[in-house]
Ligand binder design. Structure first.
Ligand code: CUA
Length: 167
């Protein structure tokens, strides 16, 4: 078989590009151990309560310092569990003052869910076995809808909450 000169050049170029690409990816993934930040901490999805942040009494909003808050929640099909209020009702609304720093810590008991606070930069994938964390400053006042943006089953659209940022 005889290959045309240009075919050879491009074939070589293609192969070389592939090798370089795989080396770069391999280097990033294995030697440097690069992976998404949210994957650093693992958790037993069958027993999320064993983790301090996800004990029932630690769910929901907590002021940890002046203007600094933590929100712990557990996603499951088809609910976001922010704990309960003083009347024992499920919390579906988180209220923080404008300009506050909020750390969201999320995990899931079952399948992959999303945790997006629409209109803010909070947008995480929540995977079983992992703790997803994201800290943000709530710059704008308003009501922001929490949505699941990973399809998780028939009740996917029912996963819903509100983050209210007040002046
Ligand atoms: Cu949970 Cu979609």
């Amino acid at each position: 078989m005889h290959l045309h000169k240009y075919e050879k050049i491009w074939l070589t170029f293609g192969m070389a590009s592939l090798v370089i690409f795989l080396l770069v990816i391999g280097f990033a993934a294995f030697w440097k151990g690069t992976h998404p930040q949210s994957h650093i901490e693992t958790i037993d999805p069958q027993n999320v309560e064993a983790h301090e942040a996800f004990k029932p009494e630690n769910l929901g909003l907590r002021e940890v310092a002046d203007g600094k808050y933590t929100v712990n929640l557990v996603a499951s099909a088809f609910n976001y569990d922010f704990g309960t209020d003083a009347d024992g009702k499920a919390v579906k609304r988180i209220r923080v003052p404008k300009g506050s720093t909020v750390l969201f810590q999320v995990t899931t008991k079952d399948v992959v869910h999303g945790f997006q606070v629409a209109g803010t930069n909070v947008n995480m994938m929540v995977e079983p076995g992992h703790v997803s964390r994201l800290e943000t400053v709530m710059k704008n006042a308003g009501e922001f809808t929490v949505v699941c943006n990973e399809y998780c089953g028939v009740g996917h659209h029912q996963m819903f909450a509100i983050v209210e940022v007040y002046e």
